[in-house]
Design a protein around this ligand. Structure first.
Ligand SMILES: *Cc1c(COP(=O)(O)O)cnc(C)c1O
Length: 364
């Protein structure tokens, strides 16, 4: 790769497309004749207004977001949304269903408990989150104000392979680590949110996509003004200063996805190819094995281990020396994790698989 860049398998913040970084570099000192960097300009200026308006328009185009959904640009990460969701939505019967499939859904449920009653409609925690529950295992409460799921489990490496049917109860999904990785039918969700630093932009930006019906102005009295979705929608995400530069890079990433890749359908084909290459090797290896069951495996975060902690550590050390960084698994689960988001080139996965095969030969 150019500029001595390495293949960075970090779970987040993670790789950005080289084309995007180069464009940001070229526009760094003088954005399109404005005489200043996007970092330096007023968020109320005409030139910045075009950036934020275009970003939303391209996101709507790329994700095929219907007109009856609002798009909000937030700060505070996905974690702030763990609180904002109950503040805005746990307002009718003051209870919600949470499905636990990993660390972030557990954290979301823990936060929501501060604001109302949380029912755990299903959990795979007893199986170390190695799969996603099936529809008939979900104990959904028809009186719940909403159902919350985490669609792709960044730490454990699993992903829902279906969108659960929640009947009339609104479905809220954390798509932080899989947004833009494949086409999503937005109409199947009532709210989608995603921290941008996995697949969209640098850290600092969180996207909320919410159906207008849910913005009835009825929020818990403790809700800070910034966390009121209705207020934020009425102010076009400009109640206060938005994360200006992250939004700008998000626009560049969306343009890359639309114009260079050809959209989310094409992106999915590439992502499938990368993930299959890795899982096929893992399933044929005598040394490495995937930690998530077939049918629940993530296309973005591939978790695996050898079963021997010393060998895992040796592998991580040797891959880093060979120009492949951040393959160490999350501290909660150990082992290894290869995060292969949209921006990871196919060559990075090819190099990793070849390295694994050589490592297996040399160490068995
Ligand atoms: C990274 C991540 C989070 C936490 O995001 P922050 O932006 O650090 O708050 C939440 N959910 C998922 C699925 C993630 O991947």
């Amino acid at each position: 790769m150019a500029f001595d860049r390495i293949f960075n398998f970090s779970a987040g913040p993670s790789m950005l497309p080289e084309e995007v970084l180069l464009k940001a570099r070229d526009e760094m000192l003088n954005y399109q004749g404005s005489g200043m960097s996007v970092m330096e300009m007023s968020h109320r200026s005409k030139v910045y207004d075009k950036i934020i308006v275009d970003t939303q328009a391209i996101l709507r185009e790329v994700m095929n977001i219907p007109d009856n959904y609002k798009v909000l640009f937030y700060q505070g990460g996905a974690t702030l949304q763990f609180a904002a969701i109950p503040m805005n939505l746990m307002t009718k019967n003051h209870k919600a269903d949470y499905i636990l499939t990993g660390n972030f859904s557990r954290a979301a449920a823990k936060e929501a408990k501060k604001y109302g009653e949380v029912n755990i409609a299903a959990s795979t925690e007893a199986d170390n989150f190695d799969h996603i529950p099936q529809q008939d295992e979900l104990k959904l409460d028809p009186e719940a104000d909403y159902v919350h799921i985490c669609f792709n489990n960044t730490i454990y490496g699993s992903k829902w392979n279906y969108i659960p049917d929640t009947g009339k109860v609104p479905l809220v999904a954390d798509l932080s680590s899989c947004i833009l990785s494949e086409p999503f039918d937005v109409t199947k969700f009532d709210m989608i949110y995603a921290g941008a630093q996995k697949n969209m932009a640098p850290a600092g930006l969180t996207i909320v996509i919410i159906k207008e019906d849910l913005l009835d102005g009825n929020v818990l009295p403790c809700t800070p003004v910034l966390m009121n979705y209705k207020t934020m929608a009425e102010k076009d995400s400009m109640y206060n200063t938005p994360p200006c530069y992250s939004i700008y890079v998000c626009k560049l990433v969306l343009e890359w996805l639309r114009d260079t890749i050809g959209g989310t359908e094409k992106m999915m084909e590439i992502n499938k190819k990368k993930a299959e290459m890795l899982y096929n090797y893992l399933d044929s290896s005598k040394m490495f094995h995937a930690t998530v069951k077939k049918g629940s495996r993530s296309m973005m975060n591939v978790t695996f281990r050898t079963g021997n902690d010393e060998l895992d550590a040796k592998f991580v050390k040797e891959t880093a020396a060979a120009g492949m960084s951040n393959l160490k698994g999350h501290r909660l689960v150990g082992g290894m994790r290869a995060s292969i988001y949209n921006a990871m080139p196919i060559e990075g996965v090819e190099k990793l698989v070849k390295f694994m095969a050589d490592f297996e030969k040399a160490n068995s």
